[in-house]
Design a protein. Structure first.
Lengths: 159, 116
């Protein structure tokens, strides 16, 4: 079982390698396979990859979440663009605390990075399940405080 | 058809560049450290999405597009992580943002030894 997982990892890595290369000659392919095996051996030896297990459902839920996030990004980019070019008196920097509704490391990272990735909100601290975010205006702070993003992240990776 | 592809690609790249420019302006104009990060964050959200999206349109369906998509993916994961590292480092170093005066961050640095 353990060996099977390692072999699957080598195969997955080699498929990605094929996408990067685009040069399919026998010696090159041999080197590719060798480097994939080497990488898996090294990571296995290090035994560092996090021990949290993840469900396969993430592989389609995360891309779906990205679509929603992309929409949010466009909206907030335009808002911040207006702030940057408009009068600075429109700014009202605020701190807001967001309660994460899922507590795995993956979910916390996803939520923190999503907050930072949408301009106008910036994660500055994470402690337990509470994220502290710095917002450019009180309006964006209120919107973030309502927790729509935290709920969506919890739907992607529920505990 | 080819002209339309080139036109869309060009428009996307130019719009993305304008966002990057606006990010630079924001980083210079904003009043304090944390708001400057907000201004600069335009540079690493919609800016690269539009620029790389334009390049993908230009490359069409090919291995180049796959690589560009991978670059975009890595950028979308690493850019906010870097912003967080910067902001969190400033917070832990004691730079309180406006509206947080007198409050400790929930996981403050360990207390110093007595007499140090």
């Amino acid at each position: 079982m353990r060996l099977l997982r390692l072999v699957l990892a080598v195969i997955a890595l080699f498929l990605v390698w094929l996408l990067w290369g685009g040069l399919y000659k026998t010696p090159v392919l041999q080197l590719g396979i060798a480097s994939c095996v080497l990488v898996i051996w090294l990571t296995h030896r290090m035994a560092l990859p996090d021990q949290e297990t993840h469900s396969w459902a993430l592989s389609y839920r995360v891309p779906l979440y990205w679509f929603w996030l992309a929409g949010q990004m466009v909206v907030s980019n335009l808002q911040v663009l207006r702030m940057v070019l408009g009068p600075l008196s429109a700014l009202s920097p605020t701190i807001v605390e967001v309660e994460a509704k899922a507590s795995s490391k993956f979910a916390l990272t996803l939520l923190g990075n999503s907050i930072t990735l949408t301009p106008g909100t910036l994660t500055i601290n994470i402690a337990d399940n509470t994220l502290t975010a710095h917002c450019l205006t009180t309006a964006t702070a209120r919107e973030l405080g309502e927790g729509a993003m935290a709920r969506r992240v919890a739907a992607v990776d529920p505990d | 058809m080819i002209e339309l592809q080139e036109l869309v690609a060009g428009l996307l790249v130019i719009t993305g560049s304008l966002f990057v420019l606006a990010g630079g302006i924001g980083a210079l104009r904003m009043p304090d450290f944390y708001t400057r990060i907000h201004g600069a964050s335009l540079t690493d959200s919609l800016g690269p999405v539009l620029v790389l999206g334009g390049l993908m349109v230009q490359a069409g369906l090919s291995l180049v597009t796959v690589k560009l998509a991978a670059v975009l993916l890595f950028l979308m994961v690493t850019a906010p992580t870097a912003s967080y590292a910067l902001a969190n480092a400033a917070l832990l170093a004691g730079l309180r943002p406006e509206g947080m005066q007198g409050r400790e961050p929930a996981s403050a640095a360990p207390e110093q030894e007595n007499g140090s």
